[in-house]
Design a protein around this ligand. Sequence first.
Ligand SMILES: *Cc1c(COP(=O)(O)O)cnc(C)c1O
Length: 370
Amino acid sequence: MSEKKQGSPRANKHVKLYIPGPTEVRPEVLDAQTDWMIGHRMPECLELIGRIRPKLGHVFMTKNRVLISASTGTGFMEAAIRNTAVKKVLNCVNGAFSDRWRVITEACGRENEVLNVEWGQPIMPEEVAKRLAHGGFDAITVAHNETSTGVTNPIEAIAQVVRQAPNGDEIMILVDAVSSLAGVAIPFEDWDLDVLLTSSQKAFALPAGLAFAAVSDRAMAKAKTVPGRGWYFDFLTLEKYLLRNQTPATTAVSLLYALDKQLDDMMAEGMENRYARHLAMRDRTIEWAQSRGLTLFAPEGYRSPTVTCISNDHNFDIPALNAFLREKGMIISNGYGALKGKNFRIAHMGDLQMEDMEELFAAIDEFLAN
Ligand SMILES: *Cc1c(COP(=O)(O)O)cnc(C)c1O
């Protein structure tokens, strides 16, 4: 960046992030990271993690463990496979991130079957039921919110068909909620999920570098029987330390300071209000797009509360649009991978407010008028 302010803690020009991660982090939360360094075995750090744990449980809607790792969410995707999947995994793929589950499953040497669904469409429970009817599966992977297409999958209904399948109560339901958790209600216990994971830099609106995962008793019991779980991401080791308000290796203390502050702010907003704010921003984004003659990539009923994928029906030059927005201190996302140019994505995720969305729409309208 050309406009470095020497000596300022924030030297780069501010570009407000309307991309689906990393998301905008409020200055107060950035500042929380600058507290004094402490050792991860010092009482101060144990108190910090002790404060964080119940608040994280509230956000994950569980009274059980929420593991914390100094990594991104992808680390816990790999952990979920290594700790709980032995026989055969059903990878439900309808976009780039759910496909990452397939890649990880194969990279860990696990046998798998892939349920491939056209990008932009949801994973339907009936299709999952058909595949599971063959039997032999001990895990299923799915992305709750496909960030590449703006589709939210019906996880509750999918979990129900899994439990009804042959040996359904032994199948691990592994859910990537990286771009939705903390922006959308995901009742981990009520939906009977096994691993529900996320990263700090999406709907949590924190800097990148932490990952969180709720893990069921069923998954913990399974892990005990699985050889070769490794060490850094071993669920049993992570839980053993968590129960003492510690982490096995050095933790990212500065990020935990920011997390502690952000969780307090989330509780102050109220999770129900936070979810409602995301839905209101989603609905407003859809209304804005449709009023400009643009259609949506995701079908009605499956449109993401955190990121909207808009078809580029009028063939806008999206890089030119983003260059224009950058001048005004904003940025959106082009379509993902092969969808580049065919659609574009506007995130309404984390701590963005309706005023931020209006500011963005006004700027895009200005670009379109010229
Ligand atoms: C961003 C994203 C990921 C990758 O997260 P990392 O934090 O980079 O590991 C995985 N899944 C989904 C749905 C995402 O949006």
